[in-house]
Design a protein around this ligand. Structure first.
Ligand code: DX5
Ligand code: ZN
Length: 221
């Protein structure tokens, strides 16, 4: 097992906040000191759910200095990366399983001035991301099947984290490894041990009595 050299970040997923009060959701993350917010973008095709689009992201941008970690669950992410970059995304992650030229989309994200991420589903093959490791700032290993918040963590998905972490160490790279789905104070330790340094937390953050304490627990602080 290869732990990360990067400091651990908890990225609260706004999907689990009150959708009628996203600005307040951002403020909760600001007060908890996470530094990041995770924005889940769903198109009803790549995943069987819809969330929100670039207009919402643009409206939130002036209200927050949080790092906008934007997770595109879109069938054709290449068609939308520019819109999300213009809306104020700091980081844009696209799925290896989506219908696009992955290398081209990743290059375009960086060209637009954003950090670039590649995601794989829990049953995804980590070898799908290996050719792109020099071109990314983050690899997202899903720990649930994307589409909905509040699902149970899939422990077997940590094999992907371990595989990617080994490749990162072997190649002397420093991209972040993110886990997303079912991350709680109970499951976060195993994620960090497997090599993850970026922990998305929706339900376990926004539904916690004390979100700041939950974030600290997940970070292992
Ligand atoms: C799932 C999303 C996740 C989700 C996580 O499709 O990508 O970011 O919001 O929610 P929890 O932490 O509740 O599993
Ligand atoms: Zn996500």
């Amino acid at each position: 097992m290869v732990r990360s050299m990067n400091p651990v970040v908890v990225a609260p997923s706004l999907l689990a906040a009150d959708h009628g009060a996203f600005a307040e959701g951002l403020a909760v993350a600001e007060r908890a000191g996470t530094g990041w917010i995770h924005l889940d973008i769903m198109d009803g095709h790549f995943v069987p759910n819809l969330s929100f689009g670039p207009q919402v992201v643009a409206a939130l941008r002036p209200r927050s200095r949080l790092h906008f970690d934007t997770h595109l669950m879109l069938l054709h992410p290449d068609r939308y990366v520019e819109a999300f970059a213009k809306a104020g995304a700091d980081r844009i992650t696209v799925h290896a399983e989506a219908d696009h030229d992955v290398a081209r989309t990743l290059a375009r994200i960086r060209e637009l001035g954003c950090a670039a991420g590649i995601a794989i589903n829990p049953d995804g093959d980590p070898s799908a991301v290996l050719p792109h490791l020099d071109a990314v700032d983050l690899v997202l290993c899903m720990t649930v099947f994307p589409g909905f918040g509040g699902q149970a963590f899939i422990p077997a998905a940590l094999d992907n984290v371990r595989g990617v972490a080994e490749a990162r160490a072997a190649r002397g790279l420093s991209f972040r490894i993110e886990v997303d789905g079912g991350v709680t104070p109970e499951t976060a330790g195993a994620c960090r041990e497997a090599g993850a340094d970026t922990l998305v937390a929706g339900t376990s953050f926004y539904k916690a009595a004390d979100p700041a304490a939950a974030a600290r627990a997940m970070a292992g602080a």
